[in-house]
Design a protein around this ligand. Structure first.
Ligand code: SAM
Ligand code: DTB
Ligand code: SF4
Length: 329
């Protein structure tokens, strides 16, 4: 691995850059060797029996002008998704309090925007402040941000901003045409510069090759500072979207992606994200063994279903997992 003297804001020296070949080689390892390596890295950096819980809320649904071909909220696809304006503070707080009572430590609010207008942020800032006042970690995902907007969210006390790369730069154009990979990298840079923690990951199951999965992880791992949270979503195939009939991903291939993410980003929280309703308990257990240590927790994601809280609590209990780990002190 090439070692560079890259002193990040977090003060980490000697970050290692991954080459394409090194990233792809992980996916070629025998499964047992890959999992052993990933689990070893996981144990060196985390308590392997702890899982962080984030709850999602769609605070502005539908009618998004972008054409992300996986997304039910794009105005271009006929998906019957509800179209709503930004939710009022009391409704958000009700949902955040319920999430906190159920055990979530982070509350993530999503809005179906290409990029928020400054007046949109006027509506979101009080929501962030209110959730923060409950003592929860805050996260929002609002689309592209400029430098000033990122600073404004930082001043509101935002802990995390979610903005995904989704896939490799090479495959990206097959999935989204209305914004570029570079647009996404620019937003992530603005978020980093505002000292907001970055939550950035992607989707498995878009029709990408294994090399694209390796390259997505390489893009994430080689960032100036590795994202603090890395959501790995399994595509939720929503009727009406262009990817509704995409081929299912073999569970072993999904777990390999989690394992490679853990090895390449040893200190990041790797989130077993969308798509858990189509996974068996065994696939989820293997994902935790491979290094996933965060999930979306709560009965729904943004517009689609997530395993119900009682089912997740049973899963934690059967695996002896302690939930609710907070990522900062
Ligand atoms: N509009 C904002 C944006 O795209 O940045 C924020 C919300 S968007 C729904 C957040 C992320 O959810 C996407 O980047 C994508 O990775 C993920 N996502 C959306 N639809 C999905 C689906 N059907 N299956 C899996 N992940 C999905
Ligand atoms: C992320 O990576 N996955 C979440 C969150 N960040 C915002 C969203 C998943 C959305 C799944 C489809 C839906 O429910 O609309
Ligand atoms: Fe819009 Fe985000 Fe959905 Fe893309 S993923 S269509 S930007 S809501």
């Amino acid at each position: 691995m090439v070692s560079v003297q890259n002193i990040s804001k977090a003060g980490i020296a000697d970050e290692e850059l991954w080459s394409k070949q090194q990233a792809e080689k992980l996916f070629d390892l025998p499964f047992n060797d890959l999992l052993f390596k990933a689990h070893t890295v996981h144990r060196e950096n985390f308590d392997p029996n702890e899982v962080q819980l984030s709850t999602l809320l769609n605070i502005k649904s539908g009618k998004c002008p972008e054409d992300c071909s996986y997304c039910p909220q794009s105005v271009r696809f006929d998906t019957n998704v509800e179209v709503t304006p930004v939710m009022d503070k009391e409704t958000v707080l009700e949902s955040a309090r319920a999430a906190q009572a159920a055990g979530a430590t982070r509350f993530c609010m999503g809005a179906a925007w290409r990029s928020p207008k400054d007046k949109d942020l006027d509506a979101v800032v009080p929501l962030i402040e209110a959730v923060r006042d409950l003592g929860m970690e805050t996260c929002v995902t609002l689309g592209m941000l400029n430098d000033m907007q990122a600073r404004r969210l930082a001043n509101a006390g935002l802990d995390y901003y979610n903005h995904n790369l989704d896939t490799s730069p090479e495959f990206y154009g097959e999935v989204i045409t209305t914004r570029t990979y570079q647009d996404r990298l620019d937003t992530l840079e603005n978020v980093r510069n505002a000292d907001i923690n970055v939550c950035c990951g992607g989707i498995v199951g878009l029709g990408e090759a294994v090399a694209d999965r390796a390259e997505l992880l390489r893009q994430l791992a080689n960032m100036p500072v590795q994202p603090q949270s890395v959501p790995i979503n399994l595509l939720v195939r929503v009727k009406g979207t262009p990817l509704a009939e995409a081929n299912a991903v073999h569970p072993i291939d999904f777990v390999k992606t989690i394992a490679a993410a853990r090895i390449m980003m040893p200190k990041s929280f790797v989130r077993l994200s969308a798509g858990r309703t189509s996974m068996t308990d065994e696939t989820q257990a293997l994902s935790f063994f491979a290094g996933a240590n965060s999930i979306f927790y709560g009965d729904s994601l943004l517009t689609t279903d997530n395993p119900v809280v009682v089912a997740d609590n049973e899963l934690f209990s059967s695996l002896g997992l302690n939930a609710s780990l907070s990522t900062h002190n």
